[in-house]
Write a protein that binds this ligand. Structure first.
Ligand SMILES: [Ca+2]
Ligand SMILES: [Ca+2]
Length: 475
């Protein structure tokens, strides 16, 4: 038999909870899912990418100046690798140069497998013409939170035109289910309107998506070429560099594979007219020509009157320059959401670098491969209001599919469901009820003794209520 004060409290609490639940059901039917951007890291120096190895609870943050930081689930952050001026000093960082890409080997966590403990970086080097280099490193054998700087090996080097510091792209990645092949996005090398027409030149690795096998070495005599050519690459056995997977790209700076389907999404930054999102299904044979410099988005490049190349592939989405709701200045390619928020599944999130940032999403029809009319959504106000985001430099995914937004000004945010007011009401009342019951069961207080919510229990309940989106990190 419970003492009287508890009984009374319990009855009141239960009634209130039921009332709140009834209200919640009413509100839920008429309100859309609320998502918010939650701060994960701040005080960074020009971050421009985040990622994580498969199954890993840590988040790795790439800084343009040459550092890779590792953030633990408890929020502590330390230096994983420094190849910038404060470290190994391998990088030229002027203009759009810098440490631009990071990819973990799909076998990073598989002890004994090829690629165990291996990761890849894409950067612009300090050679006279500042070439693009993709190099691999090993994590330290004794400390999983530090890379071994002495393990560096050049995988491939791509010749850049001297003196041009823009359009270096730099994204690298492995397609799910294709663990040996690294995809490497290169820009057209720079200047404006690709004056040397490199993106259409199949004997030049610039303006391309390359694909190389990182396990083999077809160039045993060359210490700076350590890869093999996948036999199914589209230009093997015919004119054109064997490394090329796709071409006609201007500055495919941020790209991704859909972790569920393996489809390739390319955010190709435009010149003066159009920003574009290009797409290739996972089973594509390769060899696609996305049209640059002849095409810009879905129009002819106004700077030229060349005929459209035969078979040129239009983007699945493009938009014009400006400050309107669906406009911008430089597309930042993103990710198809495969994280824990079920309502966001399958939506491709991307954005724009324009001051203040833009974030949108769209969805593809899996049959037609075209954007579903009406699926285009503007998340800018929802996600960026109240944040410190000034210029979006990248999106990113952790090992659990949580989506991140990286701000060049030094912050990283992640998308989490916003707890609605009714949820907080229910949670609060529920907690009071539970706390009261627990207290009553544990030790029936004397008549008149105050019954307060147990702070430990409160925290535990909050963490249970907090969305699965938080897996892998804690606020
Ligand atoms: Ca070699
Ligand atoms: Ca060839």
């Amino acid at each position: 038999m419970l003492p009287q004060p508890i009984d009374r409290f319990t009855t009141v609490g239960r009634d209130s909870v039921l009332a709140a639940i009834a209200l919640a059901i009413t509100l839920d039917a008429s309100s859309a899912l609320a998502v918010e951007a939650r701060l994960v890291a701040s005080g960074l120096s020009q971050p421009l990418f985040v990622g994580a190895p498969t199954g890993d609870t840590r988040l790795f943050i790439v800084q343009k100046g040459g550092q890779i930081l590792v953030r633990q689930p408890d929020g502590t952050t330390s230096t994983f690798l420094d190849i910038g001026s404060t470290g190994a000093n391998l990088i030229n960082t002027s203009g759009e140069r810098g440490l631009l890409g990071l990819a973990f080997d799909p076998n990073f966590a598989q002890a004994g497998a090829a690629g165990f403990g291996t990761f890849y970086v894409d950067y612009v080097d300090r050679s006279s013409s500042n070439n693009t280099v993709v190099a691999r490193y090993q994590v330290s054998a004794s400390n999983p939170n530090v890379a071994d700087p002495g393990s560096r090996q050049t995988v491939i080097s791509v010749l850049q035109p001297s003196g041009l510091d823009n359009h270096k792209a730099g994204w690298i990645g492995f397609r799910p289910g294709e663990p040996d092949n690294l995809y490497i996005a290169t820009g057209d090398g720079g200047s404006g309107d690709d004056p040397q027409n490199r993106a259409q030149n199949l004997n030049d690795d610039l303006g391309k998506m390359l694909r190389i096998n990182v396990r083999g070495d077809d160039f045993a005599a060359d210490a700076n070429r350590n890869y093999s050519i996948p036999s199914t690459n589209p230009f093997v056995g015919q004119a054109g560099n064997d490394e090329i997977w796709a071409y006609g790209l201007r500055n495919p700076y941020r790209d991704s594979f859909d972790r569920q389907t393996g489809d390739l999404w390319i955010g190709d930054v435009g010149q003066n007219s159009r920003e574009e999102v290009d797409f290739a299904r996972a089973n594509a044979a390769g060899g696609a020509n996305y049209g640059w410099r002849v095409r810009e988005g879905t129009i002819a490049n106004p700077a030229y009157s060349d005929p459209t190349p035969a078979g040129a592939v239009d983007p699945i989405y493009d938009y014009t320059h400006g400050s309107g709701a669906f406009q911008g200045i430089a597309v930042i390619g993103g990710y198809v959401y495969r994280g824990p928020v079920s309502e966001l599944q399958g939506q491709y999130f991307f954005g724009d670098y324009v001051s203040g940032g833009r974030i949108w999403s769209l969805k593809l029809d899996p049959v037609t491969g075209k954007v579903i009319p009406g699926s285009l959504t503007d998340w800018t106000a929802t996600l960026l209001r109240g944040t410190r985001i000034g210029q979006i430099s990248s999106f990113g995914e952790d090992a659990f599919g949580n989506l991140y937004v990286v701000d060049l000004g030094g912050t990283v945010y992640t998308l989490v469901p916003e707890p609605a007011t009714w949820m907080l009401t229910v949670a609060g009342l529920g907690l009071l009820l539970l706390a009261a019951r627990r207290r009553a069961v544990r030790s029936a207080p004397a008549r008149g003794q105050a019954c307060e919510p147990d702070p430990q229990l409160f925290r535990a309940m909050l963490s249970r209520l907090s969305p699965a989106a938080c897996r892998g990190w804690r606020p």
